[in-house]
Design a protein around this ligand. Structure first.
Ligand code: AMP
Length: 190
């Protein structure tokens, strides 16, 4: 079973690459951002709660995210594995994920980080904002907050996997296809 954490700041290309990876490897895409947006669209209580954080570019509290991921894993038993996209975003989430997977005789195969400089991220997010309908993509201040939250709260997660010998990174700037090949090479080495 392959369980991959695709890591990187907002705008790094995690969603784009995940779409290709799920096709190639037959994995289940678990994007916490997408799951929250689905709840938002359906107007659920969870969606309403998440919106208060998402609209500001802040992280949704760990326990809320962790329960949502747990439900998704438990309801997707027949999967060949998962691509975790946008999760874990804190060390507490990473620890909870290890516990959850361990309880199901599963484990993380590796984390792959996409390296993209800050200025490129900002341009990409603004460009995406023209069509994504995402409030958090359309405002310079919110974009800056999300990048700052990434640096302060999420970057330590890379260290967590590095300490387990599971961290690899690839250049996230260039042709989508080239980046995809690089990620595939890492996955094929597992
Ligand atoms: P994304 O689509 O991954 O950029 O996520 C959009 C927003 O959803 C983030 O800015 C957070 O507000 C929230 N979110 C998504 N995933 C997480 C997570 N793992 N932990 C906390 N908040 C999250």
């Amino acid at each position: 079973m392959l369980n991959i954490v695709l890591f990187g700041p907002p705008g790094a290309g995690k969603g784009t690459q995940s779409e290709r990876l799920i096709q190639k490897y037959g994995l289940t895409h678990l994007s916490t951002g997408d799951l929250f947006r689905k709840h938002l669209g359906e107007g659920t209580d969870l969606g309403k709660l998440a919106r208060t954080y998402m609209d500001k570019g802040h992280l949704v509290p760990d326990q809320v995210v962790i329960s949502m991921v747990e439900d998704k894993i438990n309801s997707t038993k027949e999967s060949k594995g998962f691509i975790f996209d946008g999760f874990p975003r804190t060390t507490a989430q990473a620890e909870a994920l290890d516990t959850m997977l361990g309880n199901n005789q599963m484990k993380i195969s590796g984390m792959i980080a996409l390296d993209v400089p800050k200025e490129v991220l900002k341009e990409r997010i603004k460009e995406r904002g023209k069509t994504s309908n995402r409030v958090d993509d359309q405002d310079e201040e919110k974009i800056n907050t999300r990048i700052k939250v990434y640096l302060d709260e999420t970057l330590p997660v890379a260290k967590y996997y590095e300490n387990q010998g599971k961290f690899k990174h690839v250049n996230g700037v260039g042709e989508i296809e080239e980046i995809f090949q690089e990620i595939s090479e890492v996955i094929d080495s597992y």
